[in-house]
Design a protein around this ligand. Sequence first.
Ligand SMILES: [Ca+2]
Ligand SMILES: [Ca+2]
Ligand SMILES: [Ca+2]
Ligand SMILES: [Ca+2]
Length: 295
Amino acid sequence: MRRALRIIRAAVLASAVAFSSPAGAALIAVTSDNTTWTEISYPVATTPDAPNDHQTGIAEGDIVGNNTGDPAILTNFDDNGTPGILTDGNIAFRVRLGEDKPPAGFTAFFGVGMDANGDGAIDLFLGVDNNPGGPVDQIGIFSPGTGSNTSPSTTSIITTPLVSYAETGANYDFSPVTTIDPLEVNSDLDGGGNEDVYLTFVVPFGDIVTELGLLGITFDENSTVQYVFGTSTQTNALNQDLGGPTGGTTSTLSWEQLGAISLEYSASGTPVPEPSTALLLGLGLVSLAAARRAI
Ligand SMILES: [Ca+2]
Ligand SMILES: [Ca+2]
Ligand SMILES: [Ca+2]
Ligand SMILES: [Ca+2]
């Protein structure tokens, strides 16, 4: 089975290379300011992440941000200039962290868990693995472990990426917030005395589509996804800080119960509207009718 999957993966990747877009297609500029990015929000309209709730005492792993001008997590998408093709282009994420602790540069793991089929379980992780214990600093697409991956306590990450990318000035950036966000309100949200920083990375979207396809999930830029974000001092779990809740990195609550999974977005970054009141009312009447029938 595993060998068959490898063969399928190789074949799909080969075809992806064969049909890849010409060089020079528009890319997301990793230092572009926040005004061109989409802020990721949570169902509970609280601070996207509290300062000083990280588990390790290292503010470089403390996700910080608010809803009043200093966003914690943002996304961006470019469609490769091919609006008719929904599986190419690039997707990017940006997270705000409490400081750049010496040595200069990001020296931890930042993971973006994707629930790409709405069942509450993380299907893939995208991430920046700059953990000193790792083989090399890299961006990657990672597989979750064999647990249910529905809560912090059931989630793990296979440390060897399915696909990896060398970090370059085109797909990776780690910059002080005042150089990234012209609308900056407070540049030190954790109050630690050091300017906050934005970590930004880009992943080729087609590779995500391919990996989800191997899991049996059909996905394109219009597909709905929810995200879990976290930092870690080891690549195999998000042990440092989670976007959303205060603490909770070892919680047995589901991602949703914990408030650690985002609202729904299309992969291209458009918020998916909540079901309308009329629809909810309709569903309520249907269930009421069903309940009456059951009595
Ligand atoms: Ca935090
Ligand atoms: Ca550092
Ligand atoms: Ca899922
Ligand atoms: Ca700070």
